[in-house]
Write a protein that binds this ligand. Structure first.
Ligand code: CP
Length: 331
Protein backbone atom coordinates (compact mmCIF):
# COMPACT_ATOMS: atom_id res chain seq x y z
CA UNK A 1 0.00 0.00 0.00
CA UNK A 2 1.33 3.46 -0.80
CA UNK A 3 0.19 6.58 1.01
CA UNK A 4 0.87 10.28 0.55
CA UNK A 5 -0.03 11.06 4.16
CA UNK A 6 3.26 12.16 5.79
CA UNK A 7 2.19 10.58 9.09
CA UNK A 8 1.97 7.07 7.68
CA UNK A 9 4.63 4.66 6.47
CA UNK A 10 4.39 2.88 3.12
CA UNK A 11 2.19 0.19 4.69
CA UNK A 12 -0.25 2.77 6.13
CA UNK A 13 0.97 2.39 9.73
CA UNK A 14 1.26 5.42 12.01
CA UNK A 15 4.85 6.72 11.96
CA UNK A 16 4.35 10.31 13.13
CA UNK A 17 1.28 11.80 14.83
CA UNK A 18 0.93 15.34 13.50
CA UNK A 19 -2.78 15.93 12.91
CA UNK A 20 -6.07 14.03 12.83
CA UNK A 21 -6.65 15.39 9.31
CA UNK A 22 -6.41 12.57 6.78
CA UNK A 23 -6.45 9.69 9.29
CA UNK A 24 -9.06 7.00 8.78
CA UNK A 25 -11.85 6.08 11.17
CA UNK A 26 -10.24 2.63 11.54
CA UNK A 27 -6.96 4.16 12.65
CA UNK A 28 -8.67 6.44 15.18
CA UNK A 29 -10.58 3.43 16.54
CA UNK A 30 -7.30 1.49 16.76
CA UNK A 31 -5.83 4.30 18.92
CA UNK A 32 -8.92 4.29 21.17
CA UNK A 33 -8.89 0.50 21.53
CA UNK A 34 -5.17 0.41 22.31
CA UNK A 35 -5.64 3.16 24.90
CA UNK A 36 -8.40 1.09 26.52
CA UNK A 37 -5.85 -1.69 26.96
CA UNK A 38 -3.35 0.69 28.58
CA UNK A 39 -5.78 2.05 31.20
CA UNK A 40 -5.09 -0.91 33.47
CA UNK A 41 -1.36 -0.20 33.62
CA UNK A 42 -2.09 2.58 36.12
CA UNK A 43 -3.60 -0.03 38.50
CA UNK A 44 -0.60 -2.37 38.37
CA UNK A 45 1.85 -2.53 41.30
CA UNK A 46 4.61 -1.76 38.78
CA UNK A 47 3.09 0.77 36.41
CA UNK A 48 5.16 -0.26 33.40
CA UNK A 49 5.02 -2.31 30.20
CA UNK A 50 8.14 -3.01 28.11
CA UNK A 51 6.90 -1.82 24.69
CA UNK A 52 9.38 1.05 24.29
CA UNK A 53 12.25 -0.44 26.30
CA UNK A 54 15.57 0.77 24.89
CA UNK A 55 13.97 3.71 23.07
CA UNK A 56 14.75 7.34 23.80
CA UNK A 57 11.93 9.92 23.75
CA UNK A 58 12.66 13.66 23.97
CA UNK A 59 10.08 16.22 25.09
CA UNK A 60 10.61 19.60 23.40
CA UNK A 61 8.10 22.11 24.78
CA UNK A 62 8.71 25.58 23.33
CA UNK A 63 5.38 26.68 24.88
CA UNK A 64 4.12 26.28 28.45
CA UNK A 65 2.26 23.15 29.46
CA UNK A 66 1.15 21.35 32.60
CA UNK A 67 -1.03 18.44 31.45
CA UNK A 68 0.40 17.56 28.04
CA UNK A 69 4.08 17.58 29.00
CA UNK A 70 3.65 15.60 32.20
CA UNK A 71 1.26 13.02 30.75
CA UNK A 72 3.59 12.49 27.76
CA UNK A 73 6.46 11.99 30.21
CA UNK A 74 4.44 9.55 32.34
CA UNK A 75 3.23 7.72 29.24
CA UNK A 76 6.79 7.32 27.93
CA UNK A 77 7.98 6.08 31.33
CA UNK A 78 5.09 3.61 31.57
CA UNK A 79 6.19 2.28 28.19
CA UNK A 80 9.72 1.83 29.69
CA UNK A 81 11.36 4.40 27.39
CA UNK A 82 14.22 6.63 28.49
CA UNK A 83 12.91 10.21 28.62
CA UNK A 84 14.75 13.47 27.99
CA UNK A 85 13.00 16.70 29.00
CA UNK A 86 14.75 19.59 27.33
CA UNK A 87 14.31 22.77 29.34
CA UNK A 88 13.87 25.22 26.47
CA UNK A 89 14.42 28.35 28.59
CA UNK A 90 17.88 27.13 29.65
CA UNK A 91 18.73 25.35 26.38
CA UNK A 92 20.81 26.63 23.46
CA UNK A 93 17.53 27.83 21.87
CA UNK A 94 18.00 30.89 24.08
CA UNK A 95 21.39 31.44 22.35
CA UNK A 96 19.82 31.34 18.89
CA UNK A 97 20.10 27.67 17.96
CA UNK A 98 17.54 26.77 15.30
CA UNK A 99 14.96 24.04 15.82
CA UNK A 100 16.60 22.08 13.00
CA UNK A 101 20.00 22.20 14.70
CA UNK A 102 18.40 21.14 17.98
CA UNK A 103 16.80 18.20 16.12
CA UNK A 104 20.10 17.22 14.47
CA UNK A 105 22.02 17.38 17.78
CA UNK A 106 19.49 15.25 19.65
CA UNK A 107 19.36 12.80 16.75
CA UNK A 108 23.14 12.52 17.15
CA UNK A 109 22.35 11.25 20.69
CA UNK A 110 20.11 8.56 19.11
CA UNK A 111 16.76 9.96 20.18
CA UNK A 112 14.00 7.83 18.58
CA UNK A 113 10.98 10.08 19.11
CA UNK A 114 10.38 13.79 19.65
CA UNK A 115 7.27 15.17 21.33
CA UNK A 116 7.08 18.82 20.29
CA UNK A 117 4.93 21.79 21.27
CA UNK A 118 5.49 25.12 19.54
CA UNK A 119 3.66 28.42 19.12
CA UNK A 120 4.09 28.26 15.33
CA UNK A 121 1.62 26.20 13.31
CA UNK A 122 3.41 23.60 11.19
CA UNK A 123 6.44 23.06 13.46
CA UNK A 124 5.79 19.34 13.98
CA UNK A 125 5.25 18.82 10.22
CA UNK A 126 8.52 20.69 9.54
CA UNK A 127 10.41 18.47 11.98
CA UNK A 128 8.84 15.31 10.51
CA UNK A 129 10.00 16.39 7.04
CA UNK A 130 13.59 16.85 8.24
CA UNK A 131 13.92 14.06 10.79
CA UNK A 132 16.03 10.94 10.21
CA UNK A 133 13.97 8.18 8.57
CA UNK A 134 13.77 6.07 11.76
CA UNK A 135 12.68 9.01 13.98
CA UNK A 136 9.03 9.72 14.91
CA UNK A 137 7.56 13.16 15.64
CA UNK A 138 4.48 13.62 17.85
CA UNK A 139 2.69 16.95 17.75
CA UNK A 140 1.88 18.16 21.28
CA UNK A 141 0.25 21.35 19.96
CA UNK A 142 1.33 23.73 17.18
CA UNK A 143 -0.05 27.27 17.15
CA UNK A 144 -3.74 27.35 16.30
CA UNK A 145 -3.40 24.34 14.03
CA UNK A 146 -3.57 21.02 15.81
CA UNK A 147 -3.39 19.22 19.15
CA UNK A 148 -4.11 15.68 17.99
CA UNK A 149 -3.45 13.73 21.22
CA UNK A 150 -5.76 16.13 23.09
CA UNK A 151 -8.40 15.50 20.41
CA UNK A 152 -7.98 11.74 20.83
CA UNK A 153 -8.04 11.74 24.63
CA UNK A 154 -11.25 13.75 24.40
CA UNK A 155 -12.73 11.14 22.01
CA UNK A 156 -11.60 8.40 24.39
CA UNK A 157 -13.32 10.13 27.32
CA UNK A 158 -16.52 10.64 25.30
CA UNK A 159 -16.55 7.00 24.15
CA UNK A 160 -16.13 5.72 27.71
CA UNK A 161 -19.19 7.72 28.81
CA UNK A 162 -21.40 7.61 25.74
CA UNK A 163 -20.33 4.61 23.65
CA UNK A 164 -21.32 4.99 20.01
CA UNK A 165 -20.62 8.38 18.38
CA UNK A 166 -23.37 8.09 15.78
CA UNK A 167 -26.15 9.44 18.01
CA UNK A 168 -24.12 12.13 19.75
CA UNK A 169 -24.80 15.84 19.71
CA UNK A 170 -21.62 17.64 20.75
CA UNK A 171 -21.42 21.36 21.57
CA UNK A 172 -18.01 23.10 21.58
CA UNK A 173 -18.14 26.50 23.30
CA UNK A 174 -15.74 29.41 23.32
CA UNK A 175 -12.64 30.65 21.53
CA UNK A 176 -12.91 28.54 18.36
CA UNK A 177 -10.81 31.03 16.37
CA UNK A 178 -7.58 30.39 18.29
CA UNK A 179 -8.18 26.81 19.38
CA UNK A 180 -6.02 23.99 18.03
CA UNK A 181 -7.95 21.73 20.39
CA UNK A 182 -11.29 22.58 18.74
CA UNK A 183 -9.86 21.86 15.28
CA UNK A 184 -8.61 18.44 16.38
CA UNK A 185 -11.86 17.63 18.20
CA UNK A 186 -14.01 18.58 15.21
CA UNK A 187 -11.90 16.50 12.81
CA UNK A 188 -12.02 13.50 15.16
CA UNK A 189 -15.77 13.83 15.81
CA UNK A 190 -16.53 14.04 12.09
CA UNK A 191 -14.26 11.08 11.29
CA UNK A 192 -15.84 9.00 14.06
CA UNK A 193 -19.32 9.83 12.77
CA UNK A 194 -20.81 12.08 15.48
CA UNK A 195 -24.42 12.93 14.59
CA UNK A 196 -24.02 16.68 15.14
CA UNK A 197 -21.19 19.03 16.02
CA UNK A 198 -22.10 22.58 17.04
CA UNK A 199 -19.83 25.48 17.83
CA UNK A 200 -21.02 28.29 20.10
CA UNK A 201 -19.04 31.52 20.23
CA UNK A 202 -19.17 35.28 19.81
CA UNK A 203 -18.70 36.28 16.16
CA UNK A 204 -15.25 37.71 16.98
CA UNK A 205 -14.00 34.31 18.19
CA UNK A 206 -15.11 32.31 15.15
CA UNK A 207 -13.14 31.74 11.93
CA UNK A 208 -14.82 33.12 8.82
CA UNK A 209 -17.27 30.67 7.21
CA UNK A 210 -16.90 28.21 10.11
CA UNK A 211 -19.93 26.20 8.94
CA UNK A 212 -18.39 25.37 5.56
CA UNK A 213 -14.80 25.15 6.78
CA UNK A 214 -15.55 22.72 9.61
CA UNK A 215 -18.90 21.18 8.64
CA UNK A 216 -20.52 22.30 11.91
CA UNK A 217 -23.56 24.34 12.88
CA UNK A 218 -22.87 27.74 14.45
CA UNK A 219 -24.68 29.32 17.41
CA UNK A 220 -24.23 32.59 19.25
CA UNK A 221 -26.60 31.88 22.12
CA UNK A 222 -25.26 29.51 24.77
CA UNK A 223 -28.61 28.22 26.05
CA UNK A 224 -29.77 27.40 22.51
CA UNK A 225 -26.39 25.98 21.55
CA UNK A 226 -26.27 23.44 24.38
CA UNK A 227 -29.95 22.47 24.08
CA UNK A 228 -30.26 18.64 24.10
CA UNK A 229 -26.48 18.25 23.85
CA UNK A 230 -24.90 14.98 25.07
CA UNK A 231 -21.44 16.47 25.41
CA UNK A 232 -20.43 20.06 26.13
CA UNK A 233 -16.80 21.01 25.60
CA UNK A 234 -15.73 24.36 27.04
CA UNK A 235 -12.62 26.08 25.64
CA UNK A 236 -10.21 28.50 27.24
CA UNK A 237 -10.08 32.12 26.09
CA UNK A 238 -6.60 32.29 24.52
CA UNK A 239 -5.54 35.85 25.24
CA UNK A 240 -1.93 35.01 24.33
CA UNK A 241 -3.00 34.40 20.70
CA UNK A 242 -5.15 37.55 20.37
CA UNK A 243 -3.43 40.50 18.75
CA UNK A 244 -6.43 42.80 19.08
CA UNK A 245 -9.27 43.30 21.56
CA UNK A 246 -11.76 40.63 20.50
CA UNK A 247 -13.77 40.70 23.74
CA UNK A 248 -15.30 43.66 25.56
CA UNK A 249 -14.31 42.19 28.96
CA UNK A 250 -13.97 38.85 30.75
CA UNK A 251 -16.97 39.78 32.90
CA UNK A 252 -19.08 40.36 29.80
CA UNK A 253 -17.83 37.12 28.23
CA UNK A 254 -18.82 35.11 31.31
CA UNK A 255 -22.23 36.81 31.34
CA UNK A 256 -22.93 35.62 27.79
CA UNK A 257 -20.83 32.49 27.26
CA UNK A 258 -19.79 31.22 30.70
CA UNK A 259 -21.21 27.80 31.56
CA UNK A 260 -23.26 27.86 34.76
CA UNK A 261 -25.58 25.22 36.27
CA UNK A 262 -28.53 27.30 35.15
CA UNK A 263 -27.38 27.45 31.50
CA UNK A 264 -26.57 23.75 31.56
CA UNK A 265 -30.25 23.05 32.24
CA UNK A 266 -31.15 22.92 28.52
CA UNK A 267 -28.62 20.12 27.83
CA UNK A 268 -29.58 16.45 28.26
CA UNK A 269 -29.81 15.45 31.93
CA UNK A 270 -26.88 13.03 31.51
CA UNK A 271 -24.73 15.44 29.48
CA UNK A 272 -21.04 15.47 30.35
CA UNK A 273 -18.97 18.66 30.63
CA UNK A 274 -15.41 18.68 29.32
CA UNK A 275 -12.54 21.16 29.17
CA UNK A 276 -9.00 20.53 27.89
CA UNK A 277 -7.53 22.76 30.59
CA UNK A 278 -6.18 24.99 31.90
CA UNK A 279 -9.60 26.23 33.05
CA UNK A 280 -10.31 29.87 33.79
CA UNK A 281 -12.91 29.76 36.56
CA UNK A 282 -15.43 32.56 36.33
CA UNK A 283 -14.46 33.36 32.72
CA UNK A 284 -15.56 30.39 30.59
CA UNK A 285 -16.84 28.08 33.33
CA UNK A 286 -18.36 28.46 36.78
CA UNK A 287 -16.65 26.52 39.59
CA UNK A 288 -19.92 24.75 40.44
CA UNK A 289 -19.91 23.23 36.94
CA UNK A 290 -16.16 22.61 36.73
CA UNK A 291 -16.25 20.67 40.02
CA UNK A 292 -19.80 19.34 39.62
CA UNK A 293 -21.17 15.85 39.03
CA UNK A 294 -21.29 16.21 35.24
CA UNK A 295 -17.69 17.36 34.91
CA UNK A 296 -15.21 14.81 33.48
CA UNK A 297 -12.36 17.32 33.29
CA UNK A 298 -9.95 15.41 35.54
CA UNK A 299 -10.84 12.10 33.85
CA UNK A 300 -9.66 13.71 30.61
CA UNK A 301 -6.28 14.29 32.25
CA UNK A 302 -5.97 10.68 33.47
CA UNK A 303 -7.09 9.33 30.09
CA UNK A 304 -4.37 11.40 28.42
CA UNK A 305 -1.72 9.01 29.71
CA UNK A 306 -3.33 5.90 28.17
CA UNK A 307 -4.03 7.65 24.86
CA UNK A 308 -0.46 8.97 24.64
CA UNK A 309 0.87 5.49 25.43
CA UNK A 310 -1.24 4.17 22.55
CA UNK A 311 0.02 6.76 20.06
CA UNK A 312 3.68 6.44 21.09
CA UNK A 313 3.64 2.64 21.08
CA UNK A 314 2.04 2.58 17.63
CA UNK A 315 4.72 4.90 16.22
CA UNK A 316 7.52 2.93 17.90
CA UNK A 317 5.91 -0.27 16.61
CA UNK A 318 6.23 1.12 13.09
CA UNK A 319 9.92 1.90 13.72
CA UNK A 320 10.44 -1.68 14.90
CA UNK A 321 8.55 -3.09 11.91
CA UNK A 322 10.63 -1.06 9.49
CA UNK A 323 13.87 -1.99 11.24
CA UNK A 324 13.20 -5.70 11.69
CA UNK A 325 10.40 -6.76 9.37
CA UNK A 326 6.84 -7.73 10.20
CA UNK A 327 6.26 -10.21 13.00
CA UNK A 328 9.02 -8.97 15.25
CA UNK A 329 7.31 -5.94 16.70
CA UNK A 330 8.32 -5.12 20.30
CA UNK A 331 10.99 -7.83 20.28
N1 CP B 1 -4.75 20.71 27.41
C1 CP B 1 -3.52 21.19 27.39
O1 CP B 1 -2.88 21.24 26.35
O2 CP B 1 -3.03 21.59 28.61
P1 CP B 1 -1.53 22.08 28.87
O3 CP B 1 -1.35 23.38 28.17
O4 CP B 1 -1.37 22.18 30.36
O5 CP B 1 -0.62 21.03 28.29
Amino acid sequence: MSTDNPQLDAQGNLKHFLTIDGLSRDLLIEILDKAEGFLGVAQQAVKKVPLCRGKVIANLFFENSTRTRTTFELAAKRLSADVLNLNISTSATAKGETILDTLRNLEAMHVDMFVVRHASSGTAHFMARHADPHVSIINAGDGRHSHPTQGMLDMFTIRRHKGDFSRLRVAIVGDILHSRVARSQILALKTLGAAEVRVIAPRTLLPTRAEEAFGVSVHHDLREGVRDADVIIMLRIQRERMNSALLPSEHEYFRLFGLTEERLATAKPDAIVMHPGPINRGIEIDSQVADGRRSVILEQVSNGIAVRMAVMSMCIGTQNLNAQGAGEVYA
